[in-house]
Ligand binder design. Structure first.
Ligand code: AMP
Ligand code: MG
Length: 502
């Protein structure tokens, strides 16, 4: 491995725009500019993120800013490319996907010195568009904006959203919709599918270059390890283990965990049909295209593991000179990983229940609650949020038990929970406080999300969107004036299906 960072070599100082990915071999991407749009108009802008990125937009007038964020004008130093990648979609391998409607402009070094990709999504056709129009509709772009920012506010690693502009053009899906472009900010856009792209072509030199690139950018500690590739695998896996545990903690269902939608950086990426669960059911699926429930809520750790197996598979030629030995090592790694996922999930659930100690019977206690919740149709978010108060005083148990159609079963479970909590060192107030840091009061409830997107998309009314975004920016705080945003949907408000909107 190189001793000096490739990125440091090719990119300049803080504030300068550059594109280190465009320094990789030419077959890693296609060079092309975004396709200009008719009349760009800025409808959402993330000023706090712009500030974090050190973007100097104070001197720009609104038209120029909208033109840049629509791809009509390129910022200085940008080197627009569409990245090549492959991917396993619903288990089937597609050797060429790539950015079919996105353009990577390059990177900015943020105020913390971290390189962040700026990508325009919905920016027109590329060599990877296949039959797609390269465009995006306003609803799905606002959806990604909202959910990715909500994930960030929840403290979960995620790509971010800098802006949404409408294009003044229509896109045609089942019907005519307003077109839009999202500016996405990411630690990088390298995916498991990026490695698979080269593995499918037996291009070991490319796999090595890509591995060096991501080590430089995301896993610098692996550079000096005895076996950098092995260290990279450990690093990527560890971040996925952490990430999925966080998803499970808040009831997030990604919806399309294809290997092209798993970022090597460990950020949540590609918010298509994703949704948060209301009533707890491990088999919950919202995505209209997930017919078999492959990406159901409770399957997510197992699917992440499956995706990591595809990652390891792509790295096999670099892992060990002996193919047999490489496979053996990768399998041993996967076996250990399965345990890490299970351990981490349990840790995440312990935290939700205010349990800092680790006891052998905890898994049973957690599972018992989940079973009662499932049978009782209890709301996932509200149950855990109200348990924060109940952890402090049994007097508030009534607020929890009303969430269950089987309150007696909850009562019985609560007795076991309390006797377990008595062995915890923290006092009840500290415990409740810690629980409120992992059990949000506010999540992007599907019915609220749909209402906000409909208002914006159908009536150009952005007020519900802006308000929802604001509520979701402080998910762990009580917000009495917005209490209704914590409520689950009424039966007639329930959203059962979500669409990726491509
Ligand atoms: P996704 O389901 O959004 O992760 O996208 C899967 C693949 O389809 C990626 O290669 C995308 O770039 C491509 N794609 C999705 N929508 C479009 C579109 N409207 N035009 C061209 N390519 C698209
Ligand atoms: Mg994708």
């Amino acid at each position: 491995m190189n001793q000096t960072s490739t990125i440091e070599r090719v990119c300049g100082p803080i504030g300068a725009f550059c594109n280190s990915y465009a320094r990789l071999p030419e077959h890693f991407f296609a060079r092309l500019e975004p396709t200009p749009v008719a009349t760009p108009s800025l409808v959402q802008f993330n000023a706090a993120l712009a500030e974090e990125l050190g973007l100097d937009i104070g001197t720009l007038d609104a038209d120029r800013l909208a033109a840049i964020l629509a791809g009509n004008l390129l910022p200085q130093g940008a080197e627009p490319i569409a990245m090549a990648y492959a991917g396993h979609q619903f288990g089937g391998f597609v050797p060429e996907l790539g950015d079919g409607r996105a353009i990577l402009l390059g990177e900015l070094r943020d105020r913390h010195g971290v390189r962040r990709d700026l990508q325009l999504k919905g920016s027109g056709q590329t060599p990877y568009s296949r039959r797609g129009d390269g465009r995006a509709a306003l609803g799905p772009m606002l959806r990604e904006y909202l959910i990715s920012e909500a994930m960030h506010a929840l403290g979960i690693p995620s790509t971010r959203a800098l802006a949404v502009v409408t294009t003044g053009e229509s896109v045609y899906r089942e019907r005519r919709l307003p077109g839009a472009i999202l500016t996405r900010v990411a630690a990088s856009h390298v995916r498991v599918g990026s490695f698979e792209y080269f593995a499918a072509r037996d291009d070991n030199a490319a796999i090595r270059s890509l591995a060096e690139y991501v080590i430089d950018r995301h896993y610098p500690e692996a550079r000096d390890a005895a076996e950098p590739i092995w260290a990279l695998m450990q690093g990527v896996a560890e971040r996925q283990v952490q990430l999925i545990a966080r998803w499970m903690q808040v009831g997030f269902i990604h919806g399309v965990m294809n290997t092209d939608n798993m970022a090597i950086s460990g950020e949540t990426i590609d918010f298509g049909p994703c949704a948060f669960m209301d009533a707890y059911d491990p088999a919950t699926v919202y995505s209209a295209i997930d017919h078999t429930g492959r990406y159901a809520y409770a399957n997510q750790p197992q699917i992440a593991l499956w995706n990591l197996a595809r990652f390891a598979q792509a790295l096999l030629p670099l892992l060990d000179p002996s193919p047999g030995r490489a496979v053996e090592r990768a399998n041993a790694w996967l076996g250990e990983l399965a345990e890490r996922f299970a351990e981490h999930w349990l840790g995440a659930m312990r935290a939700k229940l205010g349990m800092a100690l680790q006891e052998a019977a905890d898994l049973q206690l957690v599972q018992a609650l989940l079973d009662v919740m499932q049978r009782g149709g209890a709301d996932f978010t509200l149950t855990f949020r109200r348990l924060c108060d109940a952890a402090q005083s049994a007097r508030t148990d009534a607020d929890v038990r009303v969430l269950f159609t089987n309150p007696d079963a909850f009562d019985e479970w609560a007795v076991a929970w309390r006797s377990r909590l008595r062995r915890e060192p923290a006092d009840s107030q500290q415990r409740a406080q810690a629980m409120r840091q992992v059990n949000p009061a506010f999540i992007p409830r599907n019915h609220r999300v749909e209402q906000a997107l409909d208002a914006a998309s159908e009536r150009a009314d952005f007020e519900p969107f802006t308000r929802l975004l604001l509520v979701l920016s402080r998910p762990y705080e009580e917000q009495p004036s917005h209490a209704a945003y914590a409520d689950p949907p009424q039966p007639n408000e329930r959203v059962l299906r979500t669409f990726c909107g491509t």
